[in-house]
Design a protein around this ligand. Structure first.
Ligand code: NAD
Length: 277
């Protein structure tokens, strides 16, 4: 299997461009799914306190025979814990659940601009503490719009390493991606397969047929060629292997454009400007 490329974050840390996401993986299935992913070659796991499966992620990694340093692990702050003292307790709790003394990346999960008096900057400053004390090797945000990022940029001290946002062929997020590119913030695309919805699109299936690959592989490859970090989710061993088996072909520029042209600004998840957690 060809190696998964790394992307260098704005602080010099490297992140595997393709990882494995565990949103909606029930805790009893999480250890098996993560173990399967690690056996298939994934070295980057994306979880969150709100997914309820951090402990199982940690167990799978600890029992894998891999060293802690070989697996990049991201987790995220619960929406209920934005106040600085709550955020400190929540971060301690995430480390304890995972069974680690550091995470590779810690994110504010949602900006929640209508909650906490719209004060996500104090929350960000608390994450800066975790970065400085070394328990978060990188820090970033998720679901932040350019106007949220601008506040972090002017009122915070550290530029987020990543912004994890919903991106798929039906939601190409050109504006946020351009803002991130201009500010050296790496984009992570969540729900990269549109939770499966984009895989039956005729343009995607036609292009896939042309390469002799599956629609999921073509959509994974589309994200890779646009330079975003992704972590498709599956609990099915064959699909876990299929989604990582994408490093022996490339899409033409025309096909990348044809898939991007499917954009209809259609979210599967909540709108970050109104979502209150
Ligand atoms: P996804 O786009 O990865 O889609 C997953 C679904 O696609 C699966 O449940 C399955 O139905 C289907 N699928 C997967 N592989 C397939 C294949 N090879 N063939 C056919 N169908 C296949 O959706 P997701 O799980 O919502 O997103 C991935 C990850 O993104 C999550 O696990 C999580 O880590 C992250 N995420 C983050 C946020 C956030 O707010 N930051 C929100 C949602 C998801």
């Amino acid at each position: 299997m060809t190696a998964i490329p790394d992307i260098m974050l704005n602080n010099g840390q490297r992140i595997p461009q393709l990882g494995f996401g565990v949103f909606l993986v029930p805790p009893p299935q999480t250890e098996a799914a993560v173990s399967q992913a690690l056996r298939a070659g994934y070295r980057h796991i994306d979880t969150a306190e709100m997914y309820g499966n951090e402990a199982k992620v940690g167990q799978a990694i600890s029992r894998s025979g891999l060293s802690r340093g070989e697996v990049f692990v991201t987790t995220k702050l619960s929406n209920d814990a934005h106040r600085p003292d709550d955020a400190r307790r929540a971060f301690d709790g995430s480390l304890k659940s995972l069974g680690f003394d550091y995470v590779d990346l810690f994110l504010i999960h949602w900006p929640l601009p209508t909650r906490y008096d719209g004060d996500f900057v104090s929350t960000w400053r608390t994450l800066e503490e975790f970065y400085r004390d070394g328990r978060a090797r990188s820090i970033g945000v998720s679901n932040f719009q350019p106007h949220h990022l601008r506040r972090i940029h002017t009122e915070g001290e550290i530029t987020p390493a990543v912004n994890q946002i919903e991106v798929n062929p039906y939601l190409t997020q050109d504006g946020v991606r351009q803002f991130c590119a201009d500010h050296e913030i790496t984009v992570e695309a969540w729900s990269p397969l549109g939770r499966g919805k984009v895989l039956t699109d005729p343009t995607v299936t036609d292009i896939a047929r042309g390469y002799g690959r599956t629609p999921a592989q073509v959509v994974v490859r589309w994200h890779i060629e646009r330079g975003d970090v992704i972590f498709p989710k599956s609990v099915t061993p064959a699909r876990i292997s299929e989604n990582i088996d994408v490093f022996d072909f490339e899409l033409t520029g025309e096909d990348v454009e044809a898939i991007a042209a499917l954009n209809r600004d259609q979210r599967t998840g909540p709108d970050p400007d109104t979502f209150a957690g």
